[in-house]
Design a protein around this ligand. Sequence first.
Ligand code: FES
Length: 202
Amino acid sequence: MTLRKISKEQPGNFEFTQENFEEAKKIIKKYPEGKQQSAVMSLLYLAQNQNDNWIPLSAMKYIGKLLGMPYIKVYEVATFYTMYNLSPVGKYFFQICTTTPCMIRGAYDLVNVCKKNISENQNELSKDKSCSWVEVECLGACINAPMIQINEDYYEDLDVEKTEKIIEQIKNNEKPKPGSYRGRKNSEPENNRKTLLNIKNA
Ligand code: FES
């Protein structure tokens, strides 16, 4: 579950950067005349990305005005879907899957690494405020378990050592490489496939 609590500390004002404003206009244009409010989810996501991974109330009001819809309707959408964070999270936001396939492959070892190297509790910023972590339900990469989503990217086939390395790289302002950490391409079998050998590109 991502952070559903509305932050007590709210910035007074929000507006899209020029670049995001242009992007918002493009998104709105995708919808037929009179149905522009359907762009609300995409615009909330854009606002979240612009605002270091969380959505302040001022962004909901701004989006409501942009789409000509009541603020309360934007608020309802933002508070319903768990992909929207309503309080500050780290600039690097670790979502650790702890559903069964990841759990039996060591997800709680990764949770312990995050407890040690980021913050003792989930939804709490690290001392340098750069990172936070949270446990989430299945992220659809079970075949590469255990895995963590960090912002937009999936980091898969992890273990304690590799997760520590990823955190260290992030803290050194380096970008760790997303994907499998056991050298697999996507979800291909390790040590070559054993079945469907007569089918090319299977
Ligand atoms: S169980 Fe972890 S990605 Fe599906």
